[in-house]
Design a protein around this ligand. Structure first.
Ligand code: FE
Length: 195
């Protein structure tokens, strides 16, 4: 990671030209970067998940029509015209991909990780989900079925992970701290809380 990727160099060059021509200011660029770092990210998805764990009415609404359930939050970051939330249970594990490109619910999860855009993940997770999940360190019991959801420009998916064992008495904020980005994509589950 010591050398900049071709994409990073291209982005830098573009930024320099736009600033030079007066079409963009570096302050504006810094604003956008800050917005994505601080306000658009997996903490938004985590709040939704923690609320669903503690508020059965909200959970029903979320699973029925996630787009309207999250409407009042007014998350920015875009990329979620239609959101579908799929629930992990004892019987089913859900995992999300975009086989065509890299569609992803930015407003809830921030920018997608590199592996999500990798052609290997995109093709293999559909054909051999259990092997790919095992490579992420997630060994699923044979009895559990795996459901793979293919995102598109129209529909973005978010996984509602199972609530960690031992977390029953925690507040929504404390629960949100336990929720990881990868669990909301479905490539990991959340470990039990000890103590
Ligand atoms: Fe895509």
């Amino acid at each position: 990671m010591s050398e900049a990727s071709p994409q990073a160099l291209r982005a830098e060059a573009l930024e320099a030209i736009l600033i030079e021509r007066g079409l963009l200011t570096s302050a504006k660029v810094d604003d956008i970067v800050q917005r994505y770092n601080e306000r658009v990210g997996p903490m938004n998805g985590a709040r939704i998940v923690a609320r669903a764990w503690t508020d059965p009415q909200f959970k029903l609404q979320l699973l029925d029509d996630a787009t309207s359930a999250i409407g009042p939050y007014e998350f920015d970051g875009g990329q979620v015209d239609k959101l579908v939330v799929v629930e992990n249970t004892q019987a089913v594990h859900n995992v999300v991909v975009c086989t065509l490109c890299s569609c992803y619910p930015w407003a809830l999860l921030g920018l997608p990780p590199t592996w999500y855009k990798d052609p290997a993940y995109r093709s293999r997770i559909v054909r051999e989900p259990r092997s790919v999940l095992a490579e992420f360190g997630l060994e699923l019991p044979k009895a559990k079925s795996v459901q793979v959801w293919d995102s598109s420009a129209e529909v973005r998916y978010l996984v509602l992970p199972q609530q960690p064992e031992g977390s029953a008495g925690l507040s929504q904020d404390e629960l949100a701290e336990l929720v990881t980005r990868n669990a909301m994509i479905g490539v990991e589950t959340l470990p039990a809380v000890s103590g």
